[in-house]
Design a protein around this ligand. Structure first.
Ligand SMILES: Nc1nc2c(ncn2[C@@H]2O[C@H](COP(=O)(O)OP(=O)(O)O)[C@@H](O)[C@H]2O)c(=O)[nH]1
Ligand SMILES: [Mg+2]
Length: 331
């Protein structure tokens, strides 16, 4: 890059870190641009943000669960509460059927300006491109940008099974939302198909007894100690439409973040998300064979987590290694 462009990137990073909407939008568009000069700029931007914003990180929250369970409605209710608490929120909406949208945030009931006017909320919809376990491949790079500019970054994904695993490997706090009367969640948790979330929510509490029963079943099915350690998984009940239980949910999320902070786990977790992201991209591009060429998944992840290089640099240098071996493109 020429010096002028470097200065532009520094300015852009500074404006993103201040949460300026135009800058955030511009940065996200840059990440979407696959042309080579844009890739270089995006790489420089991410490197700058990761270098300068490491102490100033927002909380990355994943909200997941089956379609129709109320994730988007719950997200909107949480956002309204977070805004009352003066927290600035970025949203990466991956669910194409019912994304957390500006529309969901409007209405006098919530006594807030629409997200289009509210400077403290920024919503970006992402396509679910089928790959990446239901998470769009842009999710992690975009999270880096959003985390620099907002106190909370919320990601909504749909699905049951593998997708929860993916989101839990790229979020600080994972919240699984279950449907009253559906035994699936209980079964999946018991069978180990569902990665244990940090917070479990039974939504639609307004449905009454059936919601209470599911709450009890989930509470009983779950070993409350999270596999990460040092965290008891709360099983909460909410009604997103009646906005009940939202404060307790937001408090549990904040508590989990404090826990991660006090144990100084954010930095290492973020390195792990990044390693995982690079590994997934390489696997998509070069297949299992490519990963084996790089020493196998375990070795690769360990190496990536130990490195100081920035996201795209790490990714590109590994791609180059596979291409120059001449055996990467065969998959
Ligand atoms: N009764 C009831 N309905 C809800 C609640 N939360 C969401 N819904 C409804 O469930 C449907 C699906 O909600 P949505 O947020 O789009 O679910 P998502 O697919 O998980 O994002 C909508 O019709 C909502 O109005 C709730 O707490 N109680
Ligand atoms: Mg939705």
């Amino acid at each position: 890059m020429i010096p002028d462009e470097e200065a532009d990137i520094v300015n852009l990073a500074t404006a993103v870190a201040r949460g300026e909407r135009k800058a955030v939008a511009q940065a996200l568009n840059l990440l979407d641009d696959q042309r080579r000069p844009a890739r270089e700029k995006a790489s420089a931007l991410l490197a700058n943000l990761q270098r300068t914003q490491s102490d100033n990180r927002g909380q990355l929250i994943g909200i997941t669960g089956p379609p129709g369970v109320g994730k988007s409605t719950l997200g909107a209710a949480l956002i309204a509460l977070w805004r009352q608490r003066r927290l600035r929120v970025g949203v990466l909406a991956v669910d194409p059927s019912s994304p957390i949208s500006g529309g969901a945030l409007m209405g006098d009931r919530l006594r807030m300006k629409s997200s289009a006017e509210d400077d403290g909320v920024f919503v970006r919809s992402l396509s679910d491109r089928g790959q990446f376990g239901g998470l769009s491949a842009e999710v992690w790079p975009m999270s880096i940008v959003m985390l620099a500019g907002f106190d909370i970054v919320l990601i909504e994904t749909v699905g049951v099974g593998q997708r929860e695993v993916d989101i839990s490997r790229m979020c600080d706090t994972t919240c699984y939302v279950a449907q009253p009367g559906s035994g699936d969640s209980v079964q999946f948790l018991k069978a180990g198909i569902l990665e244990v979330p940090h917070i479990l929510v039974v939504n639609k509490d307004d449905m009454g007894a059936i919601a209470q029963r599911t709450l009890a079943e989930l509470g009983a099915a779950l070993n409350r100690e999270h596999p990460d350690g040092h965290w008891q998984v709360p099983v909460l009940s909410t009604s997103a439409t009646n906005t009940s239980g939202i404060e307790a949910l937001a408090d549990a999320m904040a508590l989990h973040y404090q826990e991660l902070q006090s144990r100084q786990q954010l930095e290492s977790r973020h390195r792990a998300y990044q390693a995982y992201w690079i590994h997934k991209r390489l696997q998509e591009e070069f297949g299992r064979f490519g990963i084996e060429q790089l020493g196998g998944e375990k070795t690769l992840l360990a190496q990536l987590q130990a490195q100081e290089l920035n996201l795209f640099e790490q990714y590109e240098s590994l791609r180059q290694r596979l291409y120059t071996r001449g055996d990467g493109s065969s998959q």
